[in-house]
Design a protein around this ligand. Structure first.
Ligand code: NDP
Length: 299
């Protein structure tokens, strides 16, 4: 059997950013201002700093305004809530993202809950989560939304397909399942208590792995021809003489590529697409905030 098609997240992300840039330009013409994204980072974790800088750079490249708020690790809850309130009230800001996780002394849920639902580009507030569950328009978490976009791009209609989502987190697994249900898939959510996971996965036309365990999903778990989306990002221990270990997904790529119809690699699959979807959510929020029409299904 031939090898699975490799779904290239970088190419997909580039296309999406191109669409966002066009919409950002027309938004500026129509509204008289740039769409804006504010990112808040508390603490000095170097990986998060790189991630935030990269978001800012990509935001500006798409023709939107970027507001970075880098706060010291000892920032208090009241101070952080006051910043979120200011951003909620700022008409130049269409989207607010608080980089998670926050330091332990801060109440993460209370901070996220404070973000206005109309600026919740991470889709994590109770209002956004509730709207997704009710099937109402709203802002949806970036990673699962991007996974559905990549699936539709490859498969067209997902209606009637069997989808297995491994993982039930608020950030990925649960919204992923809701979105696939909205596309009329028959959805199974698997987790750490699922009995006979390989057999459950073997039923799936679509497999989404969002677990955080290196190469857990084996080739003989995959139904021949299935589409496999690997959300996991795991770093292996470094090989002798190397400083850093390799990044791998939750799926054993070298086995699965021999069986699947299409598969996302790690790195280069789901990861690069997540920031592009954040920019997509920001331009969608900006149009809603200015009451400008936008065919949201087209992006
Ligand atoms: P969480 O740790 O919040 O959730 C992991 C889920 O996997 C849980 O629901 C857990 O089940 C389940 N699980 C754990 N062990 C097993 C097992 N042996 N069999 C079946 N299910 C199991 O992780 P996230 O959802 O936040 O992230 C998942 C992965 O995706 C991570 O590797 C993360 O780095 C990556 N990620 C990548 C992103 C990207 O942009 N590419 C964005 C976000 C995350 P239970 O609930 O029963 O404990």
């Amino acid at each position: 059997m031939s090898q699975a098609e490799r779904i290239d997240g970088k190419v997909f992300a580039e296309g999406l950013r191109g669409q966002v840039a066009e919409l950002a330009a027309s938004f500026e013409q129509r509204s008289g201002r740039k769409a804006g994204l504010a990112v808040v980072l508390v603490g000095d974790d170097p990986a998060s700093q790189v991630y935030v800088r990269n978001k800012g750079k990509k935001t500006i490249e798409c023709g939107m305004a970027s507001f970075e708020h880098l706060l010291p690790a000892e920032t208090g809850q009241d101070e952080l809530i006051a910043l979120v309130d200011n951003l909620n009230a700022d008409p130049a800001v269409d989207g607010i993202l608080v980089q998670l996780p926050l330091p332990d002394h801060l109440d993460e849920q209370a901070v996220v809950d404070r973000i206005s639902a109309n600026k919740d580009v991470d889709g994590l507030t109770p209002v956004s989560t509730g709207r997704l569950a009710l099937g109402l328009p709203g802002l949806v978490p970036c990673t699962p939304l991007g996974c559905v976009m990549m699936l539709k791009n490859r498969l067209g209609s997902l209606s009637g397909l069997d989808a297995v989502v491994i993982g039930r987190s608020i950030l990925v697994g649960k919204p992923m399942a809701q979105l696939l249900l909205k596309e009329s898939c028959t959805v199974t959510i698997a987790h750490s208590r699922t009995k006979d996971l390989p057999e459950v996965v073997r039923r799936a036309d679509i497999v989404i792995a969002a677990v955080g365990r290196a190469k857990m999903v084996k080739g003989d778990w995959i139904k021949p021809g299935a589409t496999v989306i690997d959300v996991g990002i795991n770093r292996l221990p470094p090989e002798p003489g190397k400083e850093k270990g390799k990044l791998v997904g939750d799926v054993d790529y070298s086995e699965a590529v021999e069986v699947a119809g299409a598969i996302t690699p790690v790195p280069g699959g789901v990861g690069p697409m997540t920031i592009a979807v954040l920019l997509r959510n920001t331009i969608v929020a900006a149009h809603r905030n200015e009451a400008l029409d936008l065919a949201e299904d087209s992006i």
